[in-house]
Design a protein around this ligand. Structure first.
Ligand code: PRX
Length: 652
C-alpha cells in the first residue's frame, strides 16, 4: 500500500490513503497486517475471539467459545460477566477514575462533565433505585429519554442488575410506545419531563401518560426533570428521578450474569407493520462493540470521541454507551439538533471539546454541505484525526466534502456498514490500513465472512449485483426476534441454508470493495432511519377516512430517501387539501415525526395484481421517474395506473 499521497486529488472515485504517520501509529498499520489477522479470524474464529475476549473482565471464564446451531448462536458458553462492570467499574476503580467519561452539552448550552468515578456512583445509585422499586433480573425496562447522561445511566443500571432494557427513540409517538410495551411486556418506564430540540421543549412524560391510557399494567414510571415543563404525576405509579436518587446508596455489587444473559431488545422496522424486537445478549455483544472501537476507531486514552447518533438507535447503544465505555473513552454527548441555533453548532463543539474522532450520518453531512463550507471554516477543526459515517450509503460528493471541509484532507473516513441486527460494525475500512474510496464501506471486519450471492446461492462476480450475506456467526449478532423465533429464522436465515441475509443489495468492485446499494425489502432508509412501508400504511389505514394505502420511497437530496404515499378514501370522504395535510400529520402523530410522508397522493384505486397484491414496484417507478416502463402484464386494471400517472405528473 502506498502512503505517498496523504492529500489525494478530490476526484470522486480516487483512492484515499492514510498518511504515513497515521498508519504508523495505528493498531493495524497496513493492508498486510489486516489481511493476516482477517485470515486468522476466518480460519480460526474461536481462537481469534477467545484471544480478544481475554481483554474483558470476567467473573468466570467460559468453557466453550461458540455453540452454533444455525440460526441460534451462543458465545462464551458457561462464562459469567457483567457489561456494566466492564464499561464503568473497571475504569472507575482504576487509573481512569478521574478521567472524563462524558462531556455533555444540552441544547440551550448548559454543560456537564462526568468522570468515570462519578458515573460509577450514579449508575450504582440508579441500580439500587431499580431494585428498591421492584425491578428484578430479566424484567424489561423501557427507557424513553432525551440525550442526557441519565439515559446512559439508566441503560447501564439495567445491565448491572440483569434487567433487559428497551430504549425507545424520543421522537416516537405514543402509539409506537403502546406497541413496544405490549410486545416487550415492560412494566417499568424511565423517562423525562421533556428534552430540548430546536429551541423548543419536546414533551416526553405526557406521551408516556397517553400510552398508559391504553396499557394499564405498568407498575412504575420514573421521570427525570430536565426541562421543567409541567407534567402530571400519578400517585403510587410515578416517581421523580431526583427523589428516588436522593437517598440511594452509591454502593452496588454488579450481578454476575451468564454470557448469554439478555441485555436489550431494540425495535426496528421490518417488512410487516409490526416492528421487530431485536434481542442482543451480553458477552458477545460487548466483545463486538469493544473490538470494533479498538480497531475501527483505533480509540486511544487521549481521544475525545463523538458519535452524534441518538441513544434510541443501535448506533447510540453500540457506539455511545457500550463500545466506547468498554474502551474507557472520553466522549462528547449532545442533546439537541445539529442546526440549533445554526449549522455551525457541531463545529463549535468540536473546537470547544477538542474532538479527535467524529462519527455521524450521511444525511447530516448532506445538510451541512447545503448550509455551506463557511460554517465549518469558522471553527478550528484541527483536533480531528478520524471521521466516521454510518446508517446509509454515503454518496461520493458528500464523502469528499466531509473529507475536505471537516477532515481538512488529512483524516481517514471509516464508512461503516452494519445493522441493528448485527450489533457491531461489519464492513468498514480500518483507518491505518485501508485505501478508502468514496462511497464504499470497503472490506469486512475481523471474523465477518461477508459475501454477495445471487438467487441460486452462487457468489456474484465483480461488478454483479446480489444479496449481501454473512456466512459465519459473529459474537454481536442478534440472538432472535424477541418472542418470535420463527420470524427470526424466516426473516434472516431462510434465503440460503445457515447463512444470514442482511436485506441489502450490494456488489463488489474488481478490487474487492463492498458497495452497499440499499434495501431489497419493503424498508425505507429516511435520514439514516429505517422505516417499514407497512408501518406507514398501517398508520394511514388507522385513520377513519382511509380505505387503503401504499407507501414507497423515492430518492431525496438530503434525506437519502423520502416517503411517498398513495391513499384511497372510504366512501363519504372527499379529497381536499385539508385532509391531505391532516393525513400527513396523522402519520407523524401515530408513529413519530420521522415517518411523516413527504408526498401524499389521493388515488381512486391502487395498482394491484389479479390476486389483489398492491404493486408497489409500479408506484415506486411512478414517483421516481414520473412514468411506468416496467412490466404491467400482471396488473388487474390498467386504468388505475393511467389515472395515477396523470396525478403524479400534475402534482410534480
Ligand atoms: O441498508 C443498510 C443501511 O442501514 C441499514 C441498517 O439500519 P439500522 O438497523 O437502523 O442500523 C443503522 C445503523 C447501523 C442497513 O441494512 N446502512 C447502514 N450503514 C450503512 C448502510 N448502508 C450503506 N452504507 C453504510 N455504511
Amino acid at each position: 500500500m502506498s502512503a505517498k499521497k496523504p492529500n489525494p486529488p478530490s476526484s470522486l472515485d480516487a483512492y484515499y490513503e492514510p498518511s504515513k504517520a497515521f498508519s504508523k501509529a495505528a493498531r493495524i498499520p497496513n493492508k498486510a497486517a489486516y489481511k493476516k489477522l482477517y485470515n486468522e479470524s476466518i480460519s480460526k474464529p474461536k481462537e481469534f475471539w477467545a484471544k480478544q475476549a481475554k481483554e474483558l473482565v470476567w467473573r468466570k471464564k467460559w468453557s466453550k467459545v461458540l455453540d452454533w446451531k444455525a440460526p441460534f448462536a451462543q458465545w462464551f458458553v458457561g462464562g459469567k460477566i457483567n457489561i456494566c462492570e466492564n464499561c464503568v467499574d473497571r475504569h472507575a476503580l482504576s487509573g481512569r477514575k478521574n478521567k472524563v467519561a462524558i462531556h455533555w452539552e444540552g441544547e440551550p448550552g448548559d454543560q456537564r462533565s462526568i468522570t468515570y468515578d462519578q458515573l460509577h456512583k450514579l449508575v450504582c445509585r440508579f441500580a439500587n433505585v431499580l431494585e428498591t422499586q421492584g425491578v428484578k433480573k430479566n424484567d424489561c425496562v423501557m427507557i424513553y429519554m432525551p440525550m442526557v447522561p441519565e439515559a446512559a445511566v439508566a441503560m447501564l443500571a439495567c445491565a448491572r442488575i440483569g434487567a433487559v432494557h428497551t430504549v425507545v427513540f424520543g421522537g416516537f409517538a405514543s402509539e409506537s410506545i403502546v406497541d413496544r410495551l405490549e410486545d416487550s411486556g415492560a412494566k417499568f418506564i424511565i423517562t423525562a419531563d421533556g428534552g430540548w430540540r430546536r429551541g423548543k421543549i419536546v414533551p416526553l412524560k405526557p406521551v408516556i401518560d397517553h400510552a398508559l391510557e391504553k396499557i394499564t399494567d405498568v407498575k412504575k414510571v420514573i421521570t427525570l426533570q430536565r426541562c421543567g415543563n409541567p407534567v402530571e404525576m400519578l400517585e403510587g405509579r410515578d416517581l421523580w428521578w431526583h427523589d428516588v436518587m436522593a437517598t440511594a446508596s452509591t454502593k452496588h455489587e454488579a450481578a454476575a450474569l451468564d454470557s448469554e444473559h439478555p441485555l436489550f431488545v431494540l425495535y426496528t422496522s421490518g417488512s410487516t407493520g409490526k416492528p421487530k424486537g431485536i434481542l442482543h445478549t451480553t458477552a458477545g455483544y460487548l466483545l463486538g462493540t469493544y473490538t470494533t472501537c479498538k480497531y475501527v476507531f483505533d480509540m486511544r486514552d487521549e481521544d475525545i470521541y463523538w458519535c452524534t447518533a441518538d441513544i434510541g438507535w443501535i448506533t447510540g447503544h453500540s457506539y455511545i454507551v457500550y463500545g466506547p465505555m468498554a474502551m474507557g473513552a472520553t466522549q462528547v454527548m449532545y442533546e439537541g439538533a445539529p442546526n440549533f441555533p445554526d449549522f455551525g453548532r457541531f463545529w463549535r463543539m468540536i473546537e470547544h471539546f477538542g474532538v479527535t474522532i467524529f462519527y455521524t450520518a450521511p444525511t447530516a453531512i448532506r445538510a451541512f454541505m447545503k448550509a455551506g463550507e463557511e460554517l465549518p471554516a469558522a471553527s478550528d477543526l484541527t483536533s480531528l484525526r478520524l471521521l466516521g459515517s454510518v446508517g446509509e450509503p454515503i454518496n461520493p460528493e458528500a464523502w469528499t466534502w466531509y473529507h475536505k471541509h471537516i477532515g481538512g484532507g488529512r483524516c481517514p473516513i471509516v464508512d461503516t456498514w452494519w445493522q441493528t441486527e448485527t450489533g457491531s460494525i461489519m464492513i468498514t475500512p480500518l483507518p491505518g490500513a485501508t485505501s478508502c474510496r468514496p462511497g464504499t464501506a470497503t472490506w469486512p471486519f475481523f471474523g465477518v465472512d461477508a459475501a454477495i450471492l445471487d438467487d441460486a446461492g452462487q457468489e456474484c462476480k465483480a461488478g454483479e449485483d446480489g444479496r449481501l450475506v454473512i456466512r459465519k456467526p459473529w459474537p454481536a449478532m442478534a440472538r432472535t426476534i424477541f418472542g418470535d423465533k420463527q420470524r427470526y429464522r424466516k426473516t434472516y436465515w431462510s434465503d440460503y441454508e445457515g447463512i444470514y441475509t442482511a436485506g441489502d443489495g450490494a456488489r463488489r468492485d474488481k478490487d474487492g470493495n463492498f458497495w452497499i446499494i440499499g434495501r431489497l425489502d419493503d424498508v425505507l432508509n429516511v435520514s439514516g432511519h429505517r422505516l417499514g412501508t407497512a408501518e406507514i400504511e398501517s398508520a394511514l389505514v388507522a385513520h377513519p377516512a382511509v380505505a387503503e394505502a401504499a407507501a414507497v420511497g423515492r430518492p431525496h437530496d438530503l434525506k437519502g430517501q423520502a416517503v411517498a404515499v398513495f391513499v384511497t378514501l372510504k366512501a363519504g370522504f372527499e379529497e381536499s387539501d385539508a385532509l391531505h395535510d391532516e393525513l400527513i400529520r396523522h402519520v407523524g402523530e401515530f408513529i413519530g415525526a420521522i415517518a411523516k410522508p413527504d408526498d401524499l397522493y389521493f388515488a381512486a384505486g391502487l395498482p394491484k395484481t389479479r390476486s389483489g397484491k398492491i404493486m408497489r414496484r409500479l408506484l415506486k417507478e411512478l414517483v421516481c421517474q414520473g412514468t411506468i416502463s416496467g412490466n404491467i402484464t400482471t396488473l388487474e386494471d390498467i386504468s388505475v395506473l393511467e389515472a395515477l400517472q396523470a396525478k403524479v405528473v400534475a402534482i410534480d
